[in-house]
Design a protein around this ligand. Structure first.
Ligand SMILES: [Zn+2]
Length: 407
């Protein structure tokens, strides 16, 4: 099949005018270029002419919690991050497995409407996967692991979660591991996850340096989160030594290069210097609107960029956001950082998260060999304005292809 559009944004070079993409029956892209050239290379191929549209890679959400899609507007901004956790935990106790399954399905519908074709979902209830229909989007299920109050040893916990992996080989996407955060997952659990991920080739993600409460807990052993953790019996010997949550995790080998580090809102100059001094591929996931909801201090974009960190965007969940649109996330980031070009903004939802997932060249780009995960938006303007027009989009995406199939 040949797809023709007024403009094609490949994310590997300049936008193409009167461009075309050919897709084979296995759902891979076989050619991209000017329409005349692509058509010559595939004589007799069926042509779908999208007309005055821009065709671009489907968007990739690098951090969300589909479990909480039912909680839109359910939580007001709380006085602290710790109180928000207490509030969401109270709401979670009222929810059933059916509620979560419906929330996940609704989240998929909303993401698809906004042109997201791949998603990193942090799944707190891996047991739901046994009842889950085949996901409608390319999904990485990051199994959220917490051993804070568990009497189950970390290796048993992990073995239980991993047993779900083998049964879903026909699903698009894959699995990953998510020791939740250094205040809820033990160092032992972090290390087991890292070992297991290395062995099985799984991506890893964790929440790190998200809130001022987390910083106060690790640096000084103080604050609301520290008090809450003490109260529920967390060993606190890793807190109060003046080390930030981030430095504590990196220096003790809990997380580092290769991980999708979610949030990193609270990094200071010493933390960024630690990144610069530690070789490897550093990935941070920023959730602009969730960041604004919590009122965290300004996200250290410039410092992370200067340290060579690859930054991707996520929506977080609807317990701290109003929609699952990555266009809205790009727009929020653009407001906070007007000097960023629209092309850079688009990379944070295409090529950057693809790299973070180890899928550089396969996702987030239009090139031969990549998966045909594509979206198209109406676009009648000049090619030079195409990135601005994409980032400014405020309407649901009318045309989506996933793995070579038009949805
Ligand atoms: Zn999260």
């Amino acid at each position: 099949m040949i797809l023709r559009a007024k403009t094609v944004v490949t994310m590997t070079g300049l936008p193409l005018e009167d461009g075309a993409v050919s897709v084979d029956s296995s759902g891979r892209i076989t050619a991209v270029g000017p329409f005349a050239e692509v058509a010559r290379g595939a004589p007799g191929g069926e042509v779908t002419d999208l007309g005055e549209y821009v065709l671009l890679p489907g968007l990739i959400n690098a951090h969300c919690h589909l479990d909480y899609t039912g909680l839109r507007n359910a939580l007001n901004r709380q006085a602290s991050f710790t109180r928000w956790i207490a509030r969401i935990n109270a709401l979670k106790r009222q929810m059933t497995n059916d509620d979560y399954l419906e929330a996940i399905a609704a989240g998929f519908r909303e993401m698809r409407a906004w042109g997201t074709t791949s998603v990193c979902n942090l799944e707190a209830f891996p047991e739901l996967l046994a009842r889950m229909p085949r996901p409608p989007l390319r999904t990485w299920w990051f199994l959220e692991l917490i051993d804070l109050r568990s009497r189950v040893p970390a290796d048993t916990l992990l073995a239980g979660a991993l047993s779900f992996l083998e049964r879903h080989e026909d699903w698009l996407g894959g699995f990953g591991l998510n020791p939740h955060a250094p205040y809820t997952a033990s160092p032992e659990l972090y290390r087991l996850c890292a070992e297991c991920a290395a062995e099985c080739g799984l991506p890893l993600t964790t929440h790190l340096a998200e809130s001022a409460d987390e910083e106060a807990m690790f640096r000084r052993g103080e604050g609301e989160l520290a008090a809450f953790m003490r109260q529920i019996g967390r060993p606190m010997d890793d807190c109060g030594h003046g080390l930030s949550s981030f430095a504590n995790a990196v220096r003790n080998g809990l997380a580092g290069p290769g991980w999708l580090i979610a949030h990193a809102n609270e990094l200071d100059a010493a933390d960024v210097a630690l990144i610069a001094a530690t070789p490897g591929d550093w990935h941070v996931v920023h959730c602009p609107r969730s960041h604004a909801f919590f009122g965290h201090r300004p996200f250290p974009w410039e410092a992370l960029e200067a340290a060579g960190v690859c930054i991707s965007l996520g929506t977080d969940s609807l317990a701290s956001n109003e929609s699952l649109s990555l266009f809205a996330e790009m727009q929020a980031l653009q407001q906070a950082r007007p000097r960023l070009t629209s092309e850079t903004l688009l990379k944070t939802v295409t090529t950057h998260p693809a790299r973070a997932l180890g899928k550089a060249g396969e996702l987030g780009v239009i090139r031969p060999g990549a998966h045909a995960d594509l979206i198209a938006l109406p676009f009648a303007g000049a090619t030079a304005q195409v990135y601005d027009a994409i980032v400014a989009n405020r309407s649901p995406v009318p045309w989506i292809m996933l793995n070579g199939n038009i949805l």
